[in-house]
Design a protein around this ligand. Structure first.
Ligand code: CA
Length: 678
């Protein structure tokens, strides 16, 4: 009661000040359901993960434009004091930025100055490092009615008071004896907090849950794959899915289908779209011998947000056997296709096809390859199913498949500009050799993929690991322009009304392109690799662009880079880090035979390219000191640099002294080429 009265007096006082001073900014409008539906009209804010419920990551701000982007400079930077990957989309509400970092830490920051207001550390137990497939990352928070909502790595959902940074409630959303983790951002739909989880590489059963935002009470849960077939299933949708699974053991492997990233709410149609992940285990032959579509793996699900009932589903990869998750970011748009307006949902899942679906019904409108795809020739428009290329299921013989498990596109968010009609898609080329295992035994709390480990004799490791920004026209179903990168595993994108697209790269460059034609207009080097998608916002008439920088994730977990949040504005004058000049090298004599160099190239593509890349900020192995080449056996087989983040490889199949010699031969040959090119 006493507190209430104080609050009342304070409110009266604020009212009085407002009367006497026209300069006073208006009181903040609360972020409630109406505000979230009308998020686009709050031009200066970034209210939710994809900015609005459409998740287009398009901002109407145009102070920074293709006419003046060259004048961008650093306004402020914030050091996160982390050494693991940063993947978050910051939110900006009434001048305060809320973002998340490694180990699910939440930061509230003055978005004009970069000053920390509070920090919330959920103190996730460090054992979760071993249970997170893809680094101890977090992709962001949700904001609703004065609270910040966090999905913590250990499976907790936490409501935090946005003013004080103190926990209002928390609840555990997973069975913590299993290898569940949360890295995705929660979403808000009609007073509920929607949250999924990950863990399919270890062997879990996927689901998505809705909690009451006010109290933290579970409202509903939808399992994406059936459970123990001897018991009743939790929903009619799962009873329908049951016959699409074969054999006796799939449910003991968890089944998979985890909802670890994309969740999108459509307030017009009142549907919640959820992307589901790969099968657990990966190999369908092990998981579901005899085949079957294995519903609802690798699917887009449309769920009633009021009760958790499935309305429609579209399976992008029936019977997934390649880790082809369909959890990749989805966005809603209204597009004129074939002479009529269609309400669509768009997704570029790992499997390499760009999908446009009618979001009211799930009807397939188009599906086209956006990278090189070798597992399917096309998607049949009559059946809506991919047409698999014979042998790509590696049933009788190993097969090299593109895209590989890292996907033609992963969690790095794409953006869409209604002005240009283009989707700005962070894509990538990669592949992997798949082979059935000779025997398979499930191990608790470990990776259980159900495929043979990559051997030195596996074929064709020569696919270049390269990233690419594609401006995809979803109506014409083709790229309008592309930007090729030397490196891989680059950042998500942001589109603005200033005819700009922003994207950071693994090499630590932050770029602005003209949205209409891809012309590079500006770049800044931020000193550490970028994976996260940028955002933009406005305070007191000034537009800012922010991005979290800090490499890692599935591609390069435990790389031990450092993290920072960089914010740019026109005329920003804060000093940027200086890009080091490439080191000059001289060739080191080697008597290796060409076959040995070629074998080393395959090994490099299999084991090393993930972290050492081409063009990443991690050590360039062509410019190492002579001691590194001399001690390669100690580094790779004995693990003498493990403490510094360099893993040992003696655990890999056929990774022996001969393999080390081949790698050395390849690296010295690459060094010779570099020395000659200088
Ligand atoms: Ca996976």
């Amino acid at each position: 009661m006493f507190r209430m009265r104080i609050g009342g007096i304070a409110a009266l006082a604020v009212g009085f000040v407002a009367l006497v001073s026209a300069q006073q900014p208006p009181a903040p409008v609360p972020v409630d359901d109406g505000a979230l539906v009308g998020a686009d009209s709050r031009r200066g804010d970034w209210l939710s993960y994809g900015r609005t419920y459409y998740e287009q990551r398009f901002s109407p701000l145009d102070q920074i434009s293709d006419a003046n982007a060259a004048k961008l400079g650093l306004a402020w930077s914030f050091e996160t004091a982390t050494d693991r990957g940063l993947e978050a989309t910051p939110l900006v509400i009434d001048g305060v930025m809320y973002t998340t970092g490694s180990w699910s830490v939440v930061y509230a920051i003055d978005a004009r100055t970069g000053k920390e207001l509070w920090k919330f550390d959920p103190e996730v137990h460090r054992k979760y490092d071993a249970l997170a497939c893809c680094d101890v990352v977090n992709r962001g928070a949700a904001f609703y009615k004065g609270r910040v909502y966090l999905g913590a790595l250990d499976g907790r959902l936490i409501a935090i008071d946005a003013k004080t940074g103190k926990s209002a409630w928390q609840t555990t959303t997973v069975d913590q004896t299993q290898a569940y983790t949360i890295t995705g951002a929660p979403r808000i739909a009609k007073g509920k907090v929607i949250i999924g989880n990950g863990g399919a590489e270890y062997g879990v059963r996927g689901y998505v849950s809705a909690y009451d935002a006010e109290t933290g009470k579970l409202a509903w849960r939808f399992y994406t794959v059936p459970g123990d077939p001897s018991k009743p299933q939790e929903s009619q949708a799962l009873e329908a899915a049951l016959p699409t699974w074969k054999g006796n053991d799939w449910w003991k492997y968890g089944g998979g289908g985890t909802v670890w990233d994309s969740i999108v709410y459509d307030p017009e149609i009142n549907l919640l779209y959820v992307g589901t992940g790969n099968g657990s285990v990966w190999s369908r032959q092990v998981r579901s011998p005899g085949g079957g579509d294995n519903l609802y793996l690798a699917s887009i699900l449309a769920i009633n947000p009021d009760n958790g009932e499935l309305k429609w589903h579209y399976q992008t990869t029936p019977g997934d056997t390649w880790d082809y998750t369909a959890v990749q970011p989805m966005m809603l748009a209204d597009l004129a296709i074939g002479g009529r307006m269609r309400k669509v949902i768009m997704q570029a899942p790992k499997n390499g096809f760009f999908y446009v679906l009618d979001r009211a019904t799930g009807e397939l409108i188009s599906a086209d390859p956006y990278v090189t795809v070798t597992w399917a020739s096309h998607v049949d428009m009559k059946t809506g199913r991919p047409v698999e290329i014979p042998g790509s299921d590696f049933l009788t013989k190993g097969a090299y498949i593109r895209p590989g498990p890292l996907g033609g596109h992963n969690w790095q968010a794409m953006s869409f500009s209604p002005r240009t009609g283009l989707v700005y898609l962070p894509a990538q080329d990669n592949g992997r050799y798949f082979e059935q295992p000779t025997n398979f035994q499930m191990k608790p709390l470990e990776w259980n993929l159900g495929i043979a480990p990559i051997g030195r004799n596996s074929e064709q490791y020569d696919v270049p690991y390269k990233g690419r920004l594609i401006a995809w026209d979803p109506i014409a179903r083709k790229p309008r322009w592309t930007v090729e990168y030397g490196g891989y595993w680059n950042g998500g994108t942001l589109a603005t009304a200033g005819n700009l697209v922003f994207q950071g790269t693994a090499a630590g460059d932050f770029f602005a392109y003209r949205a209409s034609d891809g012309q590079k207009l500006w770049s800044a080097w931020v000193g550490t690799g970028i994976m996260a998608p940028p955002i933009t916002y406005e305070i007191a008439g000034k537009q800012y662009v922010s991005v979290m920088a800090g490499w890692g994730g599935a591609f390069a977990r435990k790389t031990r880079t450092f993290g920072r949040l960089m914010t740019f504005a026109l005329g920003g004058t804060t000093a940027l880090p200086t890009k080091p000049r490439p080191r000059r090298v001289t060739a080191i004599a080697s008597s290796a035979r060409p076959e040995e160099i070629a074998a080393g190239a395959k090994l490099y593509a299999t084991y090393c390219v993930r972290c050492h890349g081409s063009n990443t900020i991690l050590p360039d192995l062509r410019t190492s000191t002579a001691g590194v080449y001399a001690n390669l056996e100690k580094i790779l087989l004995d693990g003498v640099l493990v403490e510094r983040g360099m893993p040992r490889f003696d655990v890999a199949e056929n990774f022996d002294k001969q393999a080390v010699a081949a790698l050395r031969a390849y690296l010295l040959d690459e060094r010779r080429k570099l020395a000659q090119g200088q």
